[in-house]
Design a protein around this ligand. Sequence first.
Ligand code: IMP
Ligand code: MG
Length: 181
Amino acid sequence: MKNKDVEQVLFSEAKIRKSLKEAGEKISSDYRDKNLLIVCVLKGAVMATAELLKNITVPCSIDFIQASSYGEKTSSSGKVVIKKDIGQDLSGCDLLICEDILDSGLTLSKLCDMLSRRNPRSIKIFTMLDKPEGRKVDLKADYFCFKAPDAFLVGYGLDYAEKYRNLPYIGILKKSVYENK
Ligand code: IMP
Ligand code: MG
């Protein structure tokens, strides 16, 4: 059943899982003979990363990083704050940064800059959703599941003010939920 605050379901759970399976297979084939470290960007990418991991068949490790640029707004503040950093040495690692959604690109470009200074062997980007119209910096995902419309989306990890992450599908949030706030 659809949540009452969701205008329209865009991607069903079955569709998301199928796409993450395909992405996992592609990543597994690209990372044969590599030293794959999956970096999940908290909190939004938790569900996508967990599902992606089930479909990765090559040896890999995982770690977590947390960045924040939104607060309780629906567009990026442009200021990216690292709230939790990776604990381990990255030299020799092939990093795959996993995001829920790539919009302005400010969050990921800051993360990539920061992590590249720690001598990983390579850095690539996976994002479940890509909003190319929102881009403010020149950044492309190496892997993505779906192109997203220019609307505020929730579910499958994506939140508005920390809510709706638990929805098993991705949908458009009703404007009435966040307008006049
Ligand atoms: P960017 O820095 O503008 O690329 O924003 C990336 C981050 O903003 C993502 O990790 C999400 O947490 C958040 N974000 C961007 N668009 C949406 C959306 O439609 N719904 C929920 N979160 C979003
Ligand atoms: Mg996020």
